[in-house]
Design a protein around this ligand. Structure first.
Ligand SMILES: CC(=O)SCCNC(=O)CCNC(=O)[C@H](O)C(C)(C)COP(=O)(O)OP(=O)(O)OC[C@H]1O[C@@H](n2cnc3c(N)ncnc32)[C@H](O)[C@@H]1OP(=O)(O)O
Ligand SMILES: CC(C)C(=O)C(=O)O
Ligand SMILES: [Mg+2]
Length: 594
């Protein structure tokens, strides 16, 4: 028998073959348009500033919707884009439909366009459409007219049935028509943009040839720059290949210095943002995309993600997403598309850790930063959280959520952040076992109030055991405890001696019950008042050592050889401590009774 026949991989492959006949990779060919660029420079570059952004939500995004936007929706979206800080906004395809035309007119006639915002519109290289497009823009101060025709091999051969020279001629005609019509509206500051549509599936040297021909018509110069927009209309290669195409294009273009190189990537392979980022390294100045990545098929490049990627590297993205939830709401409602809960930066779950080790690391990082504020220069550096959720208006509320995958750090985080209980490690271990069982039994996420309730019933509501009146007195170096404890409805006198209130109380409990009791661990803290809402804190004003804040005490006792943890809360630290001991004791009795 050969090695191949015995290997488990070979066995799997052999089984798959008949089934995979319909799943035929042999129908595909490797990507054929990668230019040869052995001396590429982009891999050793870094992005140091934000590119020029152009939103195409209202055009490319809109043309991909089941129900295109109404004028009202476009208006709402446009205002949001302006608020976010976009200075170039492709508002539509005015020659395509009346609503598109009317929207352009509304923006212009009703003065909705801020002085520093430039409208952009798209049109095919066809005269009647170009004529209508300029008509739609009459009276605008400044506008980008964006003309395109596809240059890809498949479109040349199968859609247009034209050779390279004929396709170039469409581009040249379009460029000339833009000039002619622009001349009819001299009151407007016109900017010309050309896209060799499907650039990435075009031979790159041919794309350069077509764009050079367009520039020959437009004659870009200082103060009269043009935009050449390079689309990955359908993403068909790895992003490094796209970057090679962009660098090749930039290096070989005749009028590079007077041309703004723009990129327009789509997300068919899931790498639209990566392609745009590498394309910027390769020399691009401008990026077209949409918020949340809506667009044809798998969508356009998500500008929000790319901008937030820059933000998370300490680069000013020149777009303001601090009001993220409102932005997301407008985008989702206008597009009538739901947001994936794991959408980068904005999904409901992207700042949430369910798993124990992540929660532990997040809690420890946040605690560390709080303690070392002076040393960190306030620079964000938290495990598992690439940015501070607060920067985009998210709370820390959801950073940790609890299910059966969670650990002690996560449960401790919930109790600390929401209810002010700062559990010591040994207490975290004790309580996390309780929560783990509860989550496993429920087989679902546990809500914060359920965790608090479990915390209270486990440690705080020892209803059958209650510390009543007591006093502690120092005499000759010893401390004497005298008080009453209610146990199962009986009121019992407790007297004990020790070197402090706790040890004298424990001594009294031991004497009364005949059990052996020793303190193993002890911790206490004031409960931060802003965490207090809704917790099970006792406000007993019983005794001495009053503090303004409520106190929580955590006690671990060895009772007859077994370990029990308890918690007490009170406005008095001593009472909290004694209640904590009684809480641990009650569990031991409860366990014996059970
Ligand atoms: C990658 C992109 O996103 S490109 C933008 C795509 N967006 C849209 O198409 C949405 C808006 N478009 C529309 O509503 C319509 O296409 C319209 C109104 C503009 C034009 O509609 P129609 O005239 O009915 O034609 P249709 O779109 O089917 O156009 C195809 C014709 O235009 C030609 N054509 C297509 N694109 C271009 C172009 N960019 N430049 C020149 N000619 C073009 C085709 O070769 C075809 O020619 P034929 O009629 O000789 O066969
Ligand atoms: C019109 C062009 C820029 C386009 O949307 C594309 O090629 O994806
Ligand atoms: Mg597109």
């Amino acid at each position: 028998m050969s090695d191949q026949a015995t290997s488990p991989v070979a066995a799997t492959t052999a089984k798959m073959t008949p089934k995979s006949a319909a799943f035929d990779f042999r129908k595909y060919r490797p990507f054929a348009f990668a230019p040869s660029l052995p001396d590429r420079t982009w891999p050793s570059k870094t992005i140091e500033k934000s590119p020029i952004w152009a939103s195409v939500d209202l055009r490319d995004g809109n043309q991909a919707l089941i129900d295109p936007m109404t004028i009202e929706q476009k208006m709402r979206f446009f205002n949001t884009l302006v608020d976010v800080g976009f200075k170039e906004i492709e508002i539509g395809f005015p020659s395509a439909a009346q609503v598109e035309f009317d929207f352009a007119r509304k923006l212009i006639e009703e003065n909705h366009v801020p002085d520093d915002v430039t409208l952009q519109v798209l049109v095919q290289a066809r005269e009647h459409l170009i004529a209508r497009t300029f008509e739609s823009l009459k009276g605008v101060k400044r506008a980008v007219v964006h003309v395109y025709n596809s240059t890809s091999r498949v479109q040349r051969e199968k859609v247009y049935a034209k050779d390279k020279a004929e396709i170039k001629e469409i581009a040249i005609t379009g460029a000339k028509l833009l000039q002619q019509y622009a001349a009819k509206y001299p009151e407007t500051d016109w900017v010309f943009q050309y896209s060799p549509e499907s650039f990435s599936q075009t031979e790159t040297d041919y794309a350069v040839e077509v764009c050079d021909a367009v520039c020959e018509v437009w004659q870009p110069q200082q103060g009269q720059e043009v935009i050449l927009n390079l689309p990955a209309t359908v993403e068909a290669s790895m992003p490094n290949v796209f970057a090679d195409q962009v660098e090749y294009f930039c290096r070989n273009l005749a009028h590079r210095e007077h041309v703004i190189i723009s990129l327009h990537t789509h997300n068919d392979r899931g790498c639209a943002v990566a392609a745009a980022e590498l394309g910027v390294l390769a020399g691009a100045d401008r990026i077209e995309g949409t918020l949340l990545g809506n667009g044809e098929r798998t969508g356009n490049m998500d500008i929000m993600v790319m901008a937030m990627n820059l933000f998370s590297q300490g680069i000013d993205p020149e777009l303001d997403f601090s009001n993220m939830s409102e932005i997301v709401q407008v985008v989702s409602e206008c597009n009538n598309l739901p947001l994936h809960p794991r959408h980068p930066y904005v999904g409901e779950l992207v700042f949430t850790a369910f798993s124990g080790s992540h929660q532990d690391a997040i809690k420890k990082s946040l605690d560390y930063n709080e303690k070392h504020q002076d040393e960190t220069d306030n620079v964000w550096d938290v495990a598992y959280l690439p940015i501070d959720p607060a920067h985009i208006g998210r709370s820390y509320q959801d950073v940790v959520r609890i299910n059966s995958q969670s650990g002690k750090g996560g449960v401790a985080y919930i109790l600390q952040r929401n209810y002010g209980f700062n559990l010591p490690r040994w207490m975290q271990i004790d309580f996390s076992g309780v929560v783990q069982k509860q989550a496993e039994t429920a087989a679902r996420e546990l809500q914060n109030d359920e965790i608090l309730q479990t915390f209270e019933t486990t440690y705080l509501q020892q209803g059958k055991f209650e510390l009543l009146d007591y006093s502690v007195n120092n005499k000759g170096g010893d401390v004497y405890f005298n008080g009453q404890v209610q146990m199962h409805g009986d009121i019992i006198d407790i007297d004990g001696t020790g070197n402090g209130p706790l040890s004298s109380f424990i001594d009294g409990l031991a004497q009364h019950t005949g059990k052996s009791l020793h303190v193993i661990n002890y911790a206490e803290h004031a409960i931060n008042p802003h965490h207090n809402s809704g917790n099970g804190i006792d406000d007993d004003t019983n005794n001495d050592n009053k503090t303004n804040a409520n106190a929580a005490a955590y006690i671990q006792l060895n009772i007859d050889g077994e370990v029990y943890s308890g918690i007490g809360t009170c406005s008095s630290t001593v009472s909290a401590m004694l209640k904590g001991a009684l809480s641990a004791f009650a569990q031991a009795v409860g366990k014996t009774a059970a």
